[in-house]
Design a protein around this ligand. Structure first.
Ligand code: GLC
Length: 778
């Protein structure tokens, strides 16, 4: 139609592909030290280098102006005073701490980051840091032949991401979750490189849509973003655990979760009425299937209006919640960000009146379609809005709710782009910024608002938050589930590397929808998945509207009995899991770990997708295929004991393991130990007995572990009401000596003492602190 106007010769009509032209930072002109920051003025950009600690350095390249160092939504650590030696030679400049050396070539400006022994960690070659005219910033780094890449937050596919290209843009993906489906709901622009047993990490703290290319070249990888600064941290390692400690030093660690949130969760989209929820709860009690939480999906609301209940379906939520609480069950309702456009709805009225919704620069509210129809979205980038949203949660906390499920917070919008218009202008705490830049942190900030609000209202009780979307640092507020998977065996398989990579990205409290969300599950799949779920950090069975119900009893008694057994097992393992969650909260180490984290020198572990560790000594190798009752299990160094059969297996090789439908292969490393409690009842989930199971090792072998406990639901532990035992277990020729080498805290658990169980075929001679005894008195 416009062909007869000048539009016919619009430059955009050209079919030719635009060449990608990178502008290099160029050569170094001069540099200066400003406080603890080194500022490099290069031909085409400025670069700042700042040590956060001797083992963590931040590099920021800004194509336009002096690098800004104070804008991160992810990093909560402050840079420490770090002693830096500066060696300025003719063509080189070196900045060195005790742990890192930043080796700079001046012409052109190239940075090589080495460890203190001079080994290259992150090097640059022909290309280094650069940018494009459209605002893209990029870093090209040398890829070594032995590099393996892990982390990247929530990604489908296998554990090791070498050979993959990955994108960070929080996206609602109902279907499908294939190995190549990318991006998903979370953006954690962080990864760990494992190279011949040594590891280092990179966190690319840029909230724009970003990309990691670990596939295009054999000797170079790159990371880039559509705008902003090239802002990244290098963490020195030297092993995977150290990298995780460094990354979580920067972005924070999980808060210690309440024990109930570590229990079994039952969900469905949706349990549609109070009547249905009561019947569901009663079924769990009658069948003695452990449960801690029932989730309420969107049907509980009045027309999907958040902070309301449908009066017909849920006439008395307060009473429902109190009655369930008496049965030992808590209720976690879903809260989405979309607020229905409805002039008679108080939340919408307030949001408009007090100017709390996301808006265009021109002043109009942004509206998008989600479950309630046309909706407005709170501008969580503004403190005032986060406070308001947090306060609104009194609606839930006042009727006994202690946990909230945040969904659709990418934010998801039912349109072609799947999200909010990227030109929406967020207030961003006084620094107005487009949604294009802040999209990836919307979910994180909603999580912060929810978590902080509930924490204030819960009067000393720990809140639980489950969130779908997030950015680096999301672990500070919530647990993450991996979104809308399906009831496919392939999705059970894929959930293992997904959860492990999330754990490697700081998100220790995570898990998939057990049984699969969409599609119809089946008896065998649900049973096998429940076995795995008993050991994933977050354990929730959830299924979608229109598909088969998948509560543990839906497939008959045979399967129900097996699932009951494994859900009970989750509770038996609770003392051990809780100690590991405590460890995650103080060190950042995940509860569920890939084998390479414990055995970084063993290359056979580098691509193991179908086995995982719980802590440092327990290995799980589930059956992940239908009708299969045998599988190969790789055993790393040491001797491994099947905890069900007590059979021993030599390490350093694979074994064929038999596992009938009722069996989940669990192995413990000889010479180590773990604690277990017993399942009591839904009403009172505290174990009566706690046993330290010791697996006899070679004489002289020692194993150290921390056992942690507290009331499991309040913050009293912050004031000393906890119990922490540092145990050193020494295998002797004829038995073991369990030494309590550290004990702190005032918490006195109801079980009073820890029994010691001995596993091994030598003479069973058990000592506690050198004395013949079979229990540790507390
Ligand atoms: C989204 C969530 C899913 C939830 C559904 C309805 O698809 O991912 O878990 O059940 O919305 O709220």
């Amino acid at each position: 139609m416009l062909d007869d106007t000048s539009f016919a010769i619009h430059p955009g009509n050209s079919q030719a592909e635009k060449p990608v032209i990178y502008r290099d930072v160029g050569s170094l002109n001069s540099y200066e030290k400003d406080g603890s920051t080194y500022l490099f003025s290069c031909e085409n950009a400025e670069v700042a280098v700042r040590f956060f600690r001797a083992d963590i350095v931040r590099v920021v390249m800004n194509p336009e102006s002096t690098p800004a160092l104070d804008q991160s939504r992810a990093v909560i650590a402050n840079a420490e005073d770090v002693a830096v030696r500066v060696i300025d030679e003719d063509i080189y400049l070196t900045l060195a701490t005790e742990r890192l050396e930043i080796h700079i070539t001046k012409t052109p400006f190239r940075i090589t980051i080495k460890d203190s022994s001079g080994q290259e960690l992150v090097g640059e070659g022909e290309r280094g840091m650069c940018y494009q005219a459209d605002g893209t910033v990029a870093a090209f780094k040398k890829m070594h032949g032995a590099d393996h890449f892990y982390g990247f937050g929530e990604k489908s596919g296998h554990l090791n991401k070498r050979g993959e290209a990955l994108e960070m843009w929080n996206t609602d993906v109902y279907a499908p979750h294939n190995p190549e489906t990318d991006p998903l709901y979370e953006s954690i622009p962080y990864f760990m490189t494992l190279r011949e047993g040594r590891a280092h990490g990179i966190f690319f703290d840029n909230t724009f849509r970003s990309f990691f290319d670990m596939k295009t070249s054999e000797d170079t990888y790159s990371f880039s973003a559509e705008g902003g600064q090239l802002d990244y941290y290098v963490m020195a390692g030297p092993d995977p655990k150290a990298v995780l400690q460094q990354y979580t030093h920067l972005t924070g660690r999980i808060p210690l979760p309440s024990k109930w949130s570590l229990g079994y969760h039952q969900s469905r989209y949706s349990y549609e009425s109070e009547k249905e929820v009561r019947a569901l709860a009663q079924n769990f009690i009658d069948k003695d299937i452990p449960i801690d939480v029932i989730h309420l999906d969107i049907h509980y609301m009045d027309g999907y209006r958040v902070f309301t209940f449908d009066k017909d379906r849920f006439p008395n939520p307060k009473k429902l919640i109190a009655d369930l609480r008496d049965m030992g069950i808590r209720v976690v309702p879903i809260v989405d960000p979309g607020v229905k456009k409805d002039s008679e709805y108080a939340i919408y009225q307030e949001g408009v009146r007090d100017d709390l919704f996301c808006k265009y620069l021109e002043g109009d509210i942004y509206f998008g379609d989600v479950w309630p129809g046309t909706s407005a979205f709170p501008d969580f980038t503004e403190q005032k809005v986060r406070d308001w949203w947090g306060e609104k949660h009194a609606f839930y906390t006042e009727i006994g709710v202690e946990g909230i499920w945040n969904d659709m917070n990418e934010p998801a919008v039912f349109n072609e782009t799947k999200t909010m218009d990227t030109s929406v202008m967020h207030r961003n705490d006084g620094r107005p910024t487009t949604h294009r830049e802040l999209h990836n942190v919307y979910g994180l900030l909603m999580g912060e608002a929810t978590y902080e609000g509930m924490k204030k209202q819960l009067d000393g009780k720990r809140p639980f938050l489950l969130t779908r979307a997030g950015y680096g640092g999301v672990q500070r507020y919530g647990s993450v589930w991996t979104g809308d998977n399906r009831s496919f065996w392939e999705h059970l398989q894929m959930s293992l590397p997904m959860v492990m990579n999330l754990g490697l990205s700081g998100v220790a409290f995570t898990g998939p929808d057990v049984g699969g969300f969409a599609h119809d599950t089946n008896a065998e799949l649900l049973t096998r998945w429940t076995q795995v779920g008993a050991f994933t950090p977050f354990f929730r069975n959830h299924s979608a509207i229109g598909f088969r119900y998948q509560e543990p009893w839906q497939f008959g008694e045979k399967y129900e009995a097996i699932m009951r057994r494994y859900i009970q097992m989750r509770y038996e393992w609770m003392p051990q899991l809780y100690s590991l969650f405590y460890e995650a909260s103080v060190s950042g180490l995940p509860v569920m770990r890939p084998l390479f984290m414990e055995f970084p020198d063993d290359e056979k572990t580098y691509n193991l997708n179908d086995q995982f560790m719980i802590g440092d000594n327990v290995m799980i190798a589930p059956i992940l295929q239908p009708s299969v009752t045998d599988r190969a299990v790789y055993m790393p160094e040491g001797t491994w004991v099947d905890i069900m059969t007590e059979q021993e297996y030599a390490g350093g090789m694979s074994h064929l393991i038999h596992a009938e439908l009722e069996d989940l292969p669990i192995f413990v490393k000889k010479g180590t130990a773990f604690v277990m409690g017993d399942w009591t009842s839904n009403k009172d989930k505290t174990p009566k007995d706690v046993t330290l199971n010791v697996y006899h090792g070679e004489p002289g072998e020692t194993y150290r572990m921390t056992f942690y406990d507290d009331d499991g639901e309040t913050y009293a532990y912050e004031n000393g009401d906890y119990m922490k035992l540092e145990l050193k277990i020494v295998s002797e020729a004829k038995g073991v000596d369990v030494r309590v080498v550290g004990q702190s805290g005032n918490f006195k658990p109801a079980y009073g003492s820890i029994l010691v169980g001995f596993h091994g075929d030598s003479v069973d001679d058990v000592k506690v602190n050198g004395q013949q005894k079979r229990q540790i008195d507390l």
